[in-house]
Design a protein around this ligand. Structure first.
Ligand code: DQA
Length: 138
């Protein structure tokens, strides 16, 4: 299977930012462990952007060819009608993931514009949320 992980804004700072919420592992290190773990089953790639339009461009680029996208849109989850529309526009199924359990946090994190257009949602399992997203496609 061909699966892309997309990380949105501030997720390039994993391992540095708010460690009590997001943990102390960098995403690069975690991503390498995922690639190794699924090497014989998944062609796994990774894209990160802090810019809404670049996330939309990437969804359009891969959205008619890949088997799945695992998307953590960060704070755009709670604001972006445009990313929701992009998910609805493409054929590739998207699984929404979050590291933290957003329902235990501020109320503005409780609503996702994206969930309606996603195949499913996985949240609250730390970085393992991404792995569970990959498993859902396998
Ligand atoms: C997050 C949760 C969002 O509310 C937040 O803005 C993030 C990360 C998570 O993975 O827990 O940047 O998507």
């Amino acid at each position: 299977k061909r699966i892309l992980i997309i990380n949105g804004p501030n997720l390039n700072l994993l391992g540095v930012r708010e460690k009590s919420i997001y943990g102390d592992q960098s995403f690069d290190a975690y991503f390498k462990s995922l690639q190794a773990r699924y090497a014989d089953q998944v062609e796994l790639t990774y894209f990160q952007s802090n810019t809404e339009g670049f996330i939309i461009d990437k969804l359009h680029e891969v959205g008619f060819s890949l088997d799945g996208v695992v998307l953590n849109a960060g704070a755009y989850t709670h604001t972006s009608v445009a990313i929701a529309d992009a998910i609805a526009a493409i054929n590739t199924p998207v699984v929404e993931v979050h590291i933290s359990n957003v329902h235990q946090r501020e109320s503005f994190r409780h609503h996702s514009y994206l969930s309606k257009s996603c195949k499913g949602v996985i949240l609250g399992f730390g970085l393992d949320s991404y792995r569970l997203g990959i498993e859902s496609f396998i």
